[in-house]
Design a protein around this ligand. Structure first.
Ligand SMILES: *Cc1c(COP(=O)(O)O)cnc(C)c1O
Length: 427
């Protein structure tokens, strides 16, 4: 399928039934697999066979979802996980232990910010958050002898800043560590991070991959490009005593990282994706190209409309010429995706009121669904923070985040026009 375009890969993917088998990917709802001979099982335990052994580690339906994501991103392999958070945890713990250090963009998703800054810190992994707009020298200066990864997000949330892949990639190269990127908001349809120097990609599949808000899940994809045998990652090179002394780099070559993630960490932590969720994600991917095109088109149209609305103070969307990373967006993305933010005249109170006057648009703590949805972070997700802390997190009191769906754009615009006109302080 490699020779086909992204659209065709989304529809036809990697699943190829043999004659007489189901045309649509089956859900293999089985924890176990049967063997005729104990030697077959012994080979599985020695990693000499790629067959399935136990569904905590791999499953045929989950494997098809993993192959399709690896194909779409252009990687050598992937491991699905029970959530986006689990995927990030897996991606980092696969190469970091107590005493190690990571550099991360400060504008990443709030859940990841907590995971890195609070929870991984408790495990002894330090993180330095850097302003993604800082110079290459400043970001590089955050590097230490024990730095093991550089982490960023294609589209920051809620700032919607686009990552300067070249700049961050050069820092990772100079430090000789992998560059890990969360590509959730862009998806492989709008951005292919492996083509811009990224080594490992993670996704919250919960968002656009699913697209219908049915399931929580995540995935780690390995670009196969990083040389782990550089003295910094002995766990990937030296014998693993839990597998009779295999070496991931020597035995699995470019798939060393992703093999270790599965056979060591998925085995031990068990943050496994269910076959049913994998089926739904796989189904979602079949229309990903169409949805991302429409999400991007609708979001740009709504952003332009809001810019001209008397009840609106400001609008932020990566594909607006006024956005501070517009040039970066043009360089790396094929569309602005479906998320925009705006400030309503009347501040926090008007923001909170707005929600009540929307009809089509629903208040949900989610994004990437095909239904248009909205969130007023200051009164919901960020309400525990002081106003100063909110502003530091990029959440002004008047900020409204919209996840623009794929409904008719005139209906979406009319919904916002009606609600804003009723609640904004328009003189
Ligand atoms: C939602 C989200 C996550 C976390 O994913 P879950 O599936 O909710 O665990 C990580 N990164 C980004 C960019 C997200 O939007």
């Amino acid at each position: 399928m490699k020779k086909y375009s992204t659209e065709t890969q989304c529809v036809q993917g990697t699943y190829k039934p043999k004659t007489g088998q189901p045309r649509v990917l089956p859900i293999v709802q089985s924890t176990t697999y049967q063997y005729y001979d104990s030697d077959d099982v012994a080979d599985l335990f020695d990693l000499k066979s790629a067959e399935h052994m136990y569904s905590r580690i791999s499953n045929p339906t989950v494997a098809e979802f993993e192959s399709k994501m690896a194909l779409l991103e252009g990687g050598v392999g992937a491991v699905a996980a029970s959530s986006g958070q689990a995927a990030t945890t897996l991606a980092i713990l696969n190469i970091c232990s107590a005493g190690d250090h990571i550099i991360a963009a400060s504008t990443i998703y709030g859940g990841t910010f907590n995971l890195l800054g609070v929870t991984l810190k408790k495990l002894g992994i330090q993180v330095t958050f850097v302003d993604p707009e800082a110079s290459e020298e400043e970001i590089r200066a955050a590097g230490k002898d024990n730095t093991k990864a550089v982490f960023g997000e294609t589209i920051g949330n809620p700032g919607l800043n686009i990552l300067d892949f070249d700049k961050f990639g050069r820092v990772a190269k100079a430090l000789d560590v992998p560059f890990i990127v969360d590509n959730t908001l862009a998806t492989p349809v709008l951005c292919r991070p492996f083509e811009h120097g990224v080594d490992i990609i993670i996704h919250s599949a919960t968002k656009y991959t699913d697209g219908h808000a049915t399931s929580v899940g995540g995935i780690v994809i390995d670009g196969g490009s990083f040389n782990w045998d550089n003295g910094k990652f002995p766990e990937l090179v030296e014998p693993d005593p839990s597998y009779h002394g295999i070496s991931y780099v020597k035995d699995f070559g470019p798939a060393a990282y992703i093999t270790k993630a599965r056979v060591q960490l998925l085995r031990d932590f068990g943050m496994t994706l269910s076959p049913f969720s994998a089926f739904l994600f796989h189904l979602g991917l079949e229309t990903l190209h169409l949805r991302m095109e429409r999400h991007s088109e609708n979001a740009l149209a709504l952003a332009r409309y809001l810019q001209g609305h008397p009840g609106v103070e400001w609008v932020s969307y990566p594909y607006l010429e006024t956005h501070k990373t517009y040039q970066t967006a043009k360089k790396y993305l094929k569309g602005g995706s479906g998320i925009l933010t705006f400030g309503i005249k009347g501040g926090a109170q008007a923001g909170k009121e707005l929600v009540k006057h929307l009809d089509l648009t629903a208040l949900v703590v989610h994004l990437g669904d095909l239904r248009t949805s909205i969130l007023h972070p200051a009164s919901t997700t960020h309400r525990q923070l002081t106003e100063d802390q909110q502003i530091a997190a990029g959440v002004s009191p008047d900020l409204i985040r919209v996840s623009v769906g794929i409904e008719n754009i005139d209906d979406i615009i009319a919904d916002f026009d009606n609600a804003i006109t009723q609640v904004a302080e328009i003189n």
